[in-house]
Design a protein around this ligand. Structure first.
Ligand SMILES: Nc1nc2c(ncn2[C@@H]2O[C@H](COP(=O)(O)OP(=O)(O)O)[C@@H](O)[C@H]2O)c(=O)[nH]1
Ligand SMILES: [Mg+2]
Length: 311
C-alpha cells in the first residue's frame, strides 16, 4: 500500500458502537467465522481502552500510543485521553499505513473505540477511515448496538438518533447491528414484534408507548419531533446478531459484503454451504427476522401457559 494505490482493493470492517456493545467479541467471532470460510481475516485493534483481547492483534494502536501514558503526561481523564489517542493516530496515520501494507491480501476487522462522540461529531477517526479509502481500502462500518435498548421506547429512539447521526458523520457504507440477541428476553418484554425494531417501522407507535403522565408532556413532544427526523431520512435499520450463532453471523457477513462490495469467489461460496449445513438444527433459518423472533422471544401464549403452571 505504501507508495500509492495497492494493485487490488483491500476489504474490511470498521467495528464501532458504544462501550460494552460487543465489538471485541464480534471481531473475534467474525474472524473465526471468516477463517472457517477460507477468508484470511486479521483484526487490528484501534481501541486504546481494550485490555486483553480474545483475538491475536495483527496490529495494535498501543504500539503507537497508550491511554495510561496520555492520561498521565497530559493530565487527562479516560475520555479526553482516548480522544487524544485518536487525534494522535490521525496525525501519525503513516504508522497504520505501514502496518496495513504488511497485511496485504487480508480482510481486516478494525476493533474501534467506544466513545460515541468519535462517531457523531469528532473528526479524527472519520478522517482515518477517509485515508483508508484513499489507499483503496473498502470499508463498511458495522455499528453494534445492544439489543437491550429495544425494551424501552425512549432509549430506542435515542439509539435511532445516534445511529442516524453516526451514519451521516462516518460517511462509510453502513450496517447497523442489534447485538446480544440471545439476551433480549432477559432484558424485559418487547412492546412489538422484533421486525418492528429491525425495520424501524412507523415510529408513532413507539411514541405512544412513552409514559403518558402529563409530567412527561415535553419529553413526549421532543420524541415526536425526533422520530419525524429519523423517518424523514429513512436510513436506519438493523440486522439482529447473536455472536455464537453461525446463521446469525452469516446474515451479518452477507449484509457487510453487500455494503462494502466484497465479492466472494466460488470456493468460498462452497465452504459457506458446507459450514452452514452443519451449523444449526435442520429447519431453522436465520434469514427472516420472524425466525429470530421465534428463537429468542417468547410468544404471548407460551408465556401465559408457563405462568399458568406456576403454583
Ligand atoms: N450473551 C452475549 N454476550 C455478549 C455478546 N457479545 C458480547 N457479549 C458480552 O458483552 C460484554 C462486552 O463485550 P465486548 O466485546 O468487550 O464489548 P466492547 O466494549 O464493545 O468491545 C462481554 O462480557 C461479552 O462477553 C453476545 O452476542 N451475546
Ligand atoms: Mg472492546
Amino acid at each position: 500500500m505504501s507508495g500509492g494505490r495497492a494493485a487490488a482493493p483491500a476489504f474490511g470492517q470498521a467495528v464501532i458502537g458504544p462501550p460494552g456493545s460487543g465489538k471485541t467479541t464480534y471481531c473475534h467471532g467474525m474472524q473465526q467465522f471468516l477463517r472457517a470460510l477460507g477468508r484470511r481475516a486479521a483484526v487490528v485493534n484501534l481501541d486504546p481502552a481494550n485490555e486483553a483481547t480474545p483475538y491475536e492483534r495483527a496490529a495494535d494502536v498501543a504500539e503507537l500510543v497508550t491511554l495510561p501514558d496520555v492520561m498521565e503526561s497530559l493530565k487527562l481523564g479516560p475520555n479526553g485521553g482516548l480522544i487524544y489517542c485518536m487525534e494522535y493516530l490521525e496525525a501519525n496515520v503513516d504508522w497504520l499505513q505501514e502496518k496495513l501494507a504488511a497485511l496485504r491480501g487480508h480482510y481486516v476487522l478494525f476493533d474501534c473505540p467506544g466513545q460515541v462522540e468519535l462517531y457523531t461529531h469528532h473528526g479524527a477517526l472519520r478522517n482515518v477511515f477517509a485515508r483508508l479509502a484513499k489507499w483503496d481500502f473498502r470499508l463498511a462500518a458495522v455499528h453494534l448496538v445492544d439489543s437491550h435498548y429495544c425494551t424501552d421506547p425512549g432509549k430506542f429512539i435515542s439509539v435511532l438518533c445516534t445511529s442516524l447521526s453516526t451514519m451521516l458523520h462516518v460517511e462509510l457504507p453502513h450496517v447497523n447491528v442489534l447485538s446480544k440477541m440471545d439476551l433480549i428476553e432477559q432484558y424485559g418484554k418487547l412492546a412489538f414484534n422484533l421486525d418492528y425494531y429491525t425495520e424501524v417501522l412507523d415510529l408513532s407507535y413507539l411514541v405512544e408507548h412513552l409514559a403518558s403522565d402529563p409530567f412527561f408532556k415535553n419529553y413526549r413532544r421532543l420524541n415526536e419531533k425526533l422520530v419525524e427526523v429519523i423517518e424523514d431520512y429513512s436510513l436506519v435499520s438493523f440486522v439482529p446478531l447473536n455472536v455464537q450463532d453461525k446463521e446469525s453471523m452469516r446474515r451479518v457477513m452477507q449484509a457487510v459484503d453487500k455494503a462494502n462490495g466484497y465479492c466472494f469467489g466460488d470456493q468460498e461460496h462452497r465452504s459457506l454451504e458446507a459450514l452452514m449445513s452443519t451449523a444449526m438444527g435442520a429447519d431453522f433459518h436465520f434469514t427472516s427476522t420472524l425466525a429470530v423472533q421465534e428463537k429468542y422471544v417468547r410468544c404471548e401464549d407460551e408465556a401465559v401457559e408457563e405462568d399458568d403452571m406456576e403454583p
